[in-house]
Design a protein around this ligand. Structure first.
Ligand SMILES: [Zn+2]
Length: 377
């Protein structure tokens, strides 16, 4: 389990010369982990000889899975983990570590029974119980599943489809459960990669021989990269690529002399780092006067579903009705924007108690104004 810090501040790129003002802006990741999340840049399919999606079945198995996550993070390579429900229920922390480290999770049945021997109802129960265990462990699993042994019969196919799952097989089999040392397993995988194809590699992090298989991963990544392959996760259709989560912004009302807090949320894990530009547009509240100019590229690291942006609001001396400005999301990277703009209300500070006297700066209530004053000096 990675250490958790309550708060982490991420570097953000400021495009305009307002760095001084924006020093009071910072980003709070909702789920912070000590280890850096893997950055999986969007593969430029044109520049790649082929795509490779690494997949690991039968986990989580605490020690082995943890070791594997370390290797993948160090190499900044994405992967997808097909988990067995019973294992997730037995060790939810090990399962959670996978998602927090930035990797996608998927369903590999409850108890690894051959689905050809199961009825429609049994398959649905197996998938449902696994999904429930994953959610209970704090995961946001994909709608991808892999049948144990890759074995399916018509009732199981119907059950999978009716449950909203996409079955995912593989194209390069490591046979890691069966035989070979790390070098032999790596060569088997590399020998199965096809240029110009969408390659899906099958390995295991939850079987007896998994430590040997995990030891092959570095070599697979190194050699495949040298040969021009690009690594991806799996998209919503179960093909090498990445899911495209929807990003939404919600804003808490700002207060003069305080701040407006904007929360960016993804509806599902992205399996890689994503980003979106947040801009402020003047409404009745004026950008450049009531709040600083804002044009900020906010990065949401793999493994996180939330980021917060804090926008300082200037206090003025005038009692006035609630004002508004507009937040606009632009230039999504790996994300989809459904609603581009969000209204943010700016509430006036409580009016001075002196009746009807025109407000001046010295009339303003002390703490909110004075506390923030030095930030603008
Ligand atoms: Zn399996």
């Amino acid at each position: 389990m990675p250490d958790r810090r309550g708060l982490s501040v991420h570097a953000v790129r400021v495009h305009r010369p307002v760095r001084a003002l924006l020093t009071v802006l910072f980003l709070v990741a909702s789920v912070a982990i000590a280890a850096p999340a893997p950055a999986a840049p969007l593969p430029r399919a044109k520049g790649c000889k082929g795509l490779v999606a690494l997949t690991f079945d039968d986990g989580p198995a605490r020690g082995t899975t943890h070791r594997l996550l370390q290797i993948l993070q160090k190499k900044r390579v994405p992967a997808t983990f097909f988990m067995v429900g019973q294992r997730v229920a037995a060790d939810p922390r090990a399962a959670r570590e996978v998602e927090r480290a930035g990797f996608l999770t998927a369903n590999h049945s409850w108890d690894h029974r051959d689905m050809r021997t199961q009825s429609y109802r049994e398959v649905r129960q197996s998938l449902r119980a696994t999904r429930r265990a994953m959610k209970r462990a704090g995961l946001h699993p994909t709608d991808l599943m892999r049948p144990p042994y890759g074995a399916l019969a018509p009732p199981a196919r119907r059950a999978i489809r009716d449950a909203g799952y996409v079955p995912v097989m593989w194209s390069a089999d490591s046979l890691d459960w069966k035989s070979g040392d790390a070098d032999q397993i790596a060569r088997r995988i590399l020998g199965g990669l096809r240029p110009g194809k969408r390659n899906i590699v099958l390995q295991h992090d939850g079987v007896n021989r998994s430590p040997i298989s995990v030891a092959a991963v570095s070599q697979v990544i190194r050699v495949a990269k040298r040969r021009g392959y690009c690594f991806t996760a799996l998209d919503e259709r179960g093909r090498p690529g990445f899911p495209t989560p929807t990003v939404t912004a919600t804003a808490k009302d700002g207060t003069e002399g305080g701040e407006a807090v904007v929360t960016l949320r993804l509806d599902k894990p992205a399996g890689r780092d994503t980003a979106v530009v947040v801009e402020a547009l003047s409404g009745t509240a004026t950008v450049g006067a009531d709040l600083p100019p804002l044009h900020l590229r906010v990065e949401i690291p793999a493994g996180r579903l939330k980021a917060k942006v804090r926008i300082p609001i200037t206090a003025d001396a005038v009692a006035e009705p609630t004002e508004h400005f507009t937040l606009r999301l632009r230039h999504p990277e790996g994300l989809r924007i459904v609603q581009e703009t969000t209204q943010v209300a700016v509430l006036d500070v409580p009016p001075p108690t002196a009746p009807a006297a025109p407000a001046t700066r010295t009339d303003l209530p002390g703490p909110p104004f004075l506390a923030l004053g030095p930030k603008y000096s």
